[in-house]
Design a protein around this ligand. Structure first.
Ligand code: NAP
Ligand code: HSE
Length: 438
């Protein structure tokens, strides 16, 4: 490649200029000369697509770049790379399809889009011999996609346990350390700007599930329908569960979990009890973490800021550098071609076999514990610990009975819980939290 070609700029169309897009423009500006050295050519923004042209933007966003018309970007043949940081499924999906079809390199931070349409977009990018990079779609600034795709290209992953949602991790940390209730901790997370305006995606686990699906593409070469992944959020976790968890030597974390089980995968997103000595136990506040086991490598932990303008921009701009460089070097699409996906069946929920923490809010009568133990025993579920907290002082009082089981099939545990739920002493539905050895 001639020096002449190396010096001509790589031109960028930026779709979106909100939290992440603003961070991208700041980082491109702050690290301009350093990035030029890394790429071998200047990175030049040509257009910035937004919805509302009157909204104030970061100082680095020049007025002449701003447009509300996507055609300005798609009709500009000089645009080499498209960076999608607008979010959502529509119209982002069709914009990425168009960019790939036009032979442009593409970078996206959009976990929803990659989880749902990643396999199709990867296939189009491979056919068109262009790059599709999506580091920022998982774990903000944590380089998990690159680690799986490049550093672990020589190994295979047997399991992943990950803290993938900063809002959930913040809420659980505050419930544990400051004794806050769920609503209070959520209000704090919203005030601090961690949670979305509608925090359902965060606290009901869907954000983490999308990220787990994207991780599974790289860790397990798996094409997975996000709707097939079992998802639970953190709304049912009570402050009393933290007290019992502590007593049994655990802490509560919201995890995305992936296990390879022969040809199948066990994928689940839910709150879990993990040992207080686990490497994930002290990953607190808004931090994210991915703890994986490589068959040859053994354990590997990545921890960092999973959200926010600058951490996320670090991942987006790192992808930009990669995609720009491979384009300049005449090898576009090389990294995307290393993503080879196939359909993987999921292990049905009834066949999972972790340990369980079970809490029963009961009337304090003789025979209650015996009935619970016998329902569990009747389904072959063995008990490791059992604790009743205090005693009722009046007839209507409710007391919690907590049980930790041995490893048991989830189908058996659920059948036992259905039987127990029907007992007259039960004052509310039983609570189940899975225990993960991590
Ligand atoms: P945001 O602050 O809401 O910004 C979205 C931007 O896209 C805005 O500039 C908006 O324009 C523009 N936009 C949205 N829909 C559009 C449309 N139909 N046409 C034109 N412009 C449109 O979102 P964000 O937090 O930066 O997130 C962007 C993406 O990054 C999402 O996929 C998100 O999941 C992902 N991500 C975010 C974080 C984070 O910490 N925020 C971390 C990792 C990944 P206006 O400004 O005019 O409304
Ligand atoms: N709302 C997300 C979180 C932002 O709390 O982790 C990053 O995807």
């Amino acid at each position: 490649m001639s020096q002449e070609r190396q010096r001509s700029p790589v031109r960028i169309g930026l779709l979106g200029c909100g939290v992440v897009g603003g961070g991208v423009l700041r980082l491109l500006n702050e690290n301009r000369s350093y990035l030029e050295l890394r790429v071998g050519a200047p990175l030049e923004v040509r257009h910035v697509l937004v919805r509302d042209p009157k909204k104030p933007r970061v100082a680095e966003c020049r007025a002449e770049w701003v447009t509300t018309d996507p055609e300005v970007i798609f009709k500009d043949e000089q645009v080499d790379l498209v960076v999608e940081v607008m979010g959502g499924e529509t119209p982002a999906h069709s914009y990425l399809q168009r960019a790939i079809a036009a032979g442009k390199g593409v970078v996206s931070a959009n976990k929803l889009l990659i989880a749902k349409h990643g396999p199709e977009l990867v296939q189009s990018a491979i056919s068109r011999r262009v790059d599709l990079a999506f580091e920022a779609s998982v774990g903000g600034g944590i380089p998990i996609i690159r680690t799986l795709r490049e550093a672990l290209a020589s190994d295979s992953v047997s399991n992943v346990h990950a803290i993938l949602n900063g809002t959930c991790n913040y809420i659980l940390t505050r419930m544990r350390d400051a004794g806050l209730g769920f609503d209070q901790a959520l209000a704090e997370a919203q005030k601090l700007g961690y949670a979305e305006a509608d925090p359902t995606l965060d606290v009901d686990g869907h954000d983490a599930a999308q990220k787990l699906v994207v991780i599974s593409m790289l860790a397990f070469d798996a094409r997975i329908d996000p709707a097939a992944v079992h998802v639970e959020g953190i709304r049912t976790i009570d402050s009393i569960d933290f007290r019992f968890a502590e007593r049994f030597g655990f802490t509560v974390k919201h995890l995305g979990i992936g296990h390879e089980r022969g040809e199948k995968l066990e994928l689940r997103v839910h709150p879990a009890l993990i040992s207080k000595h686990s490497v994930l136990a002290n990953v607190d506040g808004v931090l994210n973490a991915v703890f994986l086991n490589g068959r040859a490598l053994g354990p590997c932990l990545l921890v960092g800021r999973g959200a926010g303008d600058m951490p996320t921009a670090v991942s987006v701009v790192a992808d930009l550098v990669d995609v720009a460089r491979s384009r300049l070097e005449g090898e576009p699409g090389l990294r995307t071609r290393s993503i080879q996906l196939s359909d993987r069946a999921l292990v049905p929920r009834d066949d999972w076999e972790p340990r369980y923490y079970l809490r029963f809010d009961v009337g304090d009568h003789p025979g209650v514990v015996g009935t619970i133990a016998s329902a569990l025993g009747g389904e072959g579920v063995s008990i490791e610990h059992m604790v009743q907290d205090g005693r009722a002082s009046t007839a209507g009082d409710v007391v919690p009975v907590c049980i930790v089981t041995h490893e048991s099939r989830e189908g058996s545990v659920r059948r036992a819980l259905e039987t127990i739920s029907r007992a007259p002493f039960m004052k509310s539905p039983p609570r189940l939290i899975r225990i993960e050895d991590v």
